[in-house]
Design a protein around this ligand. Sequence first.
Ligand SMILES: Cc1cc2nc3c(=O)[nH]c(=O)nc-3n(C[C@H](O)[C@H](O)[C@H](O)COP(=O)(O)O)c2cc1C
Length: 167
Amino acid sequence: MKEFKIEEYNKNFFTEIDKKWGIVVSGNKNIGANGMTVSWGGIGVIWNRCVCYLFVRKSRYTHDFFDKTNNCSISFLSDDYKKAKALFGSKSGRDIDKFKETNLNLEYDQELDTYYIKEADNCFLLEVLYSIDLPIDKLDSKIKDRFYPTNDIHTMYVCEIKKCLEK
Ligand SMILES: Cc1cc2nc3c(=O)[nH]c(=O)nc-3n(C[C@H](O)[C@H](O)[C@H](O)COP(=O)(O)O)c2cc1C
């Protein structure tokens, strides 16, 4: 993987996340790491920093890792890995070793003490700057009824893009 500047990012993030999906990995050397598939999120600018917005439900095992570290990443893999991406989005790291099951591998970035997926075409290495549980009373009722029937709310993470890598 080689580093590139965020200003050189030339992909359509809508199709990247919505169609290709990402794998978010949270963790560091101390606690290890867990990953899950995501198709919701965004990129933008706030506080004069380039950021990535992630939304992780509180029930996810990955959420436990976010509680313990600000180090995370989002990796985008080609559709050759569609099966692996589906498994990362349907099974929990609480129950199985998803890396072993899919033959995907974690790569470690020493500088940022962050893990990402070795097989990714590209990825962002991130640091959480802010997190908030989406306040359920502020949600439009259509959204609340459809997406939160059991109150399994998303935590929104605003993460600074610290490093961009591509194959
Ligand atoms: C296409 C797809 C997109 C998903 N997007 C999200 C998401 O943005 N946020 C979220 O909390 N869960 C999302 N999920 C569900 C998690 O990936 C899934 O519950 C996963 O098994 C959680 O793993 P964990 O318990 O090891 O963290 C998505 C699943 C799929 C298949």
